[in-house]
Design a binder for this molecule. Structure first.
Ligand code: NDP
Length: 312
């Protein structure tokens, strides 16, 4: 149940900002919060990500003040016209980047950033597989992987999505609803040839993806769009060639203020430099967040979905 309703305006705690929302980003994690896959205390206002203008600042706030343009990726309650944002979670949005783009890139962009720079540091000569390449995170991952010089294999659900990922720079595209993606990848790359798999799809692709890694390759399972991946025995990793398996989460890669600012600054710079294209696939009224969840879970979307409040 996801309902549009009127609540009292939030008051800032000493370390909080209250922000008038310009746009909220929709992310797959919002559906896990709604469905209970990630258990939450109900009732709750969902949403983690957004951008807007500070309209109130708590007494202990030092970084930001009323009128500042800010964006964030970890403030639960972001599906609201007025959002309470812990000051430590907010970053400044430079004049060269619109608030809409900032709302669109924070969560999926910083995720793609940490996956290719820190979880498995991609470089020239690496071969990676990115599942669901036409999604919000996928399109950003492809561009960053290509920028770093990697060869990119990607899976997508439809022919239209295939065109999008090619435009984003993907080298090899597999329609995984029509063909066995493992066979298609092996046909091009050879047996057990990938350095890393970035998997945000989970259950339906995880197991087969493990077979595609080279000895000492890395399986990065970072999401559950098709359901959570099944448990795997450590012995399977040995038999696959001393594989590495990690299940990362953005919060642990922006745990310090320095990491948060470094990743956000890189994203805003890359957008301003012109090579990172943030595709906004749809803008949905904030009051119809339920409809936006149906679109995302129905696999009909590409790139980023934004929720727009009436006032914007
Ligand atoms: P996307 O925009 O990528 O949407 C999900 C896509 O997954 C769909 O468009 C669809 O693409 C594909 N998919 C495959 N199977 C299914 C299925 N059974 N049901 C629904 N979709 C399916 O979403 P996000 O970019 O927001 O998130 C992508 C993944 O990344 C999610 O799993 C999310 O939880 C994860 N994530 C993890 C983070 C972390 O730090 N761990 C942070 C951010 C995101 P297609 O039709 O092409 O198959």
């Amino acid at each position: 149940m996801l309902e549009w309703m009127t609540l009292d305006d939030p008051a800032p705690g000493p370390n909080d900002l209250v922000v008038e929302l310009h746009a909220a980003g929709l992310n797959y994690i919002d559906t896990y919060h709604r469905s209970g896959l990630y258990p939450m205390t109900l009732p709750l206002t969902p949403g983690m990500e957004g951008a807007g203008i500070v309209v109130a600042a708590g007494a202990s706030c030092r970084r930001f003040s009323v009128g500042d343009r800010v964006a964030w990726s970890t403030a639960l309650g972001s599906y609201a016209e007025l959002v309470r944002v812990p000051e430590d979670s907010a970053v400044s949005v430079p004049p060269s980047v619109s608030l809409e783009l900032a709302a669109a890139v924070m969560l999926q962009g910083m995720t793609a950033h940490y996956l290719v720079t820190d979880t498995f540091a991609l470089g020239a000569g690496h071969r990676c597989l990115i599942h669901a390449g036409a999604g919000g995170t996928g399109l950003l991952l492809i561009q960053m992987a290509k920028h770093l010089g990697a060869e990119v294999f990607t899976t997508v659900g439809t022919v239209d999505k295939a065109a999008l990922v090619r435009d984003a720079g993907a080298d090899h595209v597999v329609l995984y609803r029509e063909e066995d993606f493992g066979i298609s990848v092996e046909r091009i790359a050879g047996s057990r040839a990938l350095d890393v798999v970035y998997d945000g799809v989970g259950k339906s692709v995880f197991d087969r993806s493990l077979d595609l890694l080279r000895p000492r390759g890395m399986m990065v399972t970072f999401g559950n769009a098709s359901g959570p991946a099944e448990p795997v025995s450590p012995l399977r990793l040995m038999q696959g060639g001393s594989l590495f398996l990690t299940r990362p989460n953005l919060s642990h890669y922006i745990a310090t203020r320095a990491d948060l600012e470094r990743r956000a600054t890189d994203l805003f710079t890359w957008i301003s430099d012109g090579w990172l294209n943030v595709r906004i696939g749809a803008r949905v009224p904030l009051s119809d967040a339920a409809g936006a969840h149906r679109l995302l879970e129905g696999r009909t979307t590409t790139g980023k979905l934004l929720l727009i409040p009436r006032a914007s």
